[in-house]
Design a protein around this ligand. Structure first.
Ligand code: PLP
Length: 402
């Protein structure tokens, strides 16, 4: 028996963090690198939110707080769920954690037993499967297709459910594909979950990119679309993306009280409360002005439109138009089997991403990390100038493949 826990051997370090670290190292070594690997907006946190944090600091809000959130923040979250999603919660149905990641982690670790399966429509965020594995459960990918806009179809969901299925882990708009589900797209899925034979399946919905939705699409979340699912849905959200607060670490969820209580128990024995200053900043973020989000989204759309058009001109790539988040997810199927200018045989998307970084200095994350190959994810949450340069390099790389 080794020193390290067996459960650790089953998981991978986060691929997106690994690529970003490699890009930073190359940059530090003097290489000209454009990193499109990180999952965070390039915009700074809005001033009114920073000011709220400064006020909290000056007012001495520097002590331990309630484990799963101060009452003022829970009230702001309750108001947000009502305002944006038409969902009613009480304070004992709200959990606040150190990032959406911790909230997901709490929910899965508090509920999974060996043999329990978690359905994950793929391509999916890198951490889902690993968190399920750490919790002792079994991740089951349910592949979605580019021709369906990377959206899960009801037949595929129905087929994937069995007696061992505990959760459907749902994410819209999606990291990495940017696919988003309309009310109608969701309704056909919730109808499957309402079938009597599926009444043991719970929904963990990751609404992290709720506000980053484009082209006039309206956001929808499962418990809102199907109120009958309210008692078996955990609605997770956070401030990292739309509020440009990745470093502050703030996530939250609303759901059935026994589940929230179990999550609180776990958190009380791990990190305790999320940062007190962050919590006060979050109260302001949720209750304060939101117009900066529309301003940011206009820039995201401009960048998205540029990137998708540019990628579709590169030989061997094809890219769907993402409807939300700030990622493009081009297929690189047409590059597989070719050889790069530097002599690298491209046998899969990891080879593609590695050679692209080595030869052209553009950091992207290979699709295998998201259980969706052959493709890669690039984040367009960076300046248009950097994106123009990056897309020119990607095109040059693809044109040189033989
Ligand atoms: N869910 C999705 C789909 C994400 O992309 C991320 C971050 O990349 C998270 C959850 C976690 O966000 P955080 O822990 O910063 O709140």
């Amino acid at each position: 028996m080794g020193f390290f826990a067996d459960s650790l051997a089953r998981v991978q370090p986060s691929a997106t963090i690994a690529v970003s670290t490699k890009a930073r190292e190359l940059k530090a070594a003097g290489r000209d690198i454009i990193s499109l690997s990180a999952g965070e907006p390039d915009f700074d946190t809005p001033d009114h939110i920073k000011e709220a944090a400064k006020r909290a600091l000056d007012a001495g809000k520097t002590k331990y707080t309630d484990v799963d959130g101060i009452p003022e923040l829970k009230q702001a979250i309750i108001a947000k769920f009502k305002r944006d999603n038409g969902l009613d919660y009480t304070p004992t149905q709200i959990s606040v954690g150190t990032g959406g990641k911790q909230v997901l982690y709490n929910a899965l670790l508090a509920t999974l037993n060996p043999g329990d399966e978690v359905l994950i429509p793929s391509p999916c965020w890198v951490s889902y499967a690993d968190i399920v594995l750490l919790g002792g459960g079994t991740p089951v990918f349910v592949p979605t297709k580019p021709e369906d806009g990377y959206r899960l179809k009801p037949e595929a969901l129905a087929k994937a459910i069995n007696k061992k299925t505990k959760w459907l882990l749902f994410n819209s708009p999606s990291n990495p594909t940017g696919a988003a589900y309309s009310y109608d797209d969701l309704k056909v899925l919730t109808d499957v979950l309402l079938r009597p034979e599926n009444d043991h399946v719970w929904v963990l919905t990751d609404d992290m990119y709720e506000h980053l939705l484009y082209d006039g699409l309206e956001f929808a979340t499962p418990a809102q679309v199907e109120p009958e699912l309210y008692d078996r849905t955990l609605t997770m959200n956070g401030l990292s993306k739309a509020y440009c607060m990745t470093g502050w670490r703030m996530g939250y969820a609303g759901g059935p009280e026994p589940l929230i209580k179990a999550m609180r128990k776990l958190q009380s024995q791990s990190t305790s409360n999320p940062c007190s200053i962050t919590q006060w900043a979050a109260v302001e973020a949720l209750n304060g002005p939101h117009d900066f989000i529309a301003d940011n989204n206009r820039l995201f759309v401009e960048r998205r439109d540029f990137v998708v058009a540019a990628l579709n001109k590169a030989p061997g790539l094809s890219c769907l138009m993402p409807q939300g988040a700030f990622y493009a997810y081009p297929s690189c199927d047409g590059a597989i089997g070719k050889t790069s200018k530097g002599g690298v045989k491209i046998t899969n998307d990891e080879d593609f991403a590695t050679a692209l970084l080595e030869e052209e200095g553009v950091a992207v994350v290979h699709g295998a990390a998201f259980a969706g190959s052959p493709a890669f994810r690039l984040s367009y949450a960076t300046s248009l100038d950097a994106l123009k340069d990056a897309c020119a390099r990607i095109t040059r790389f693809c044109e040189a493949l033989t």
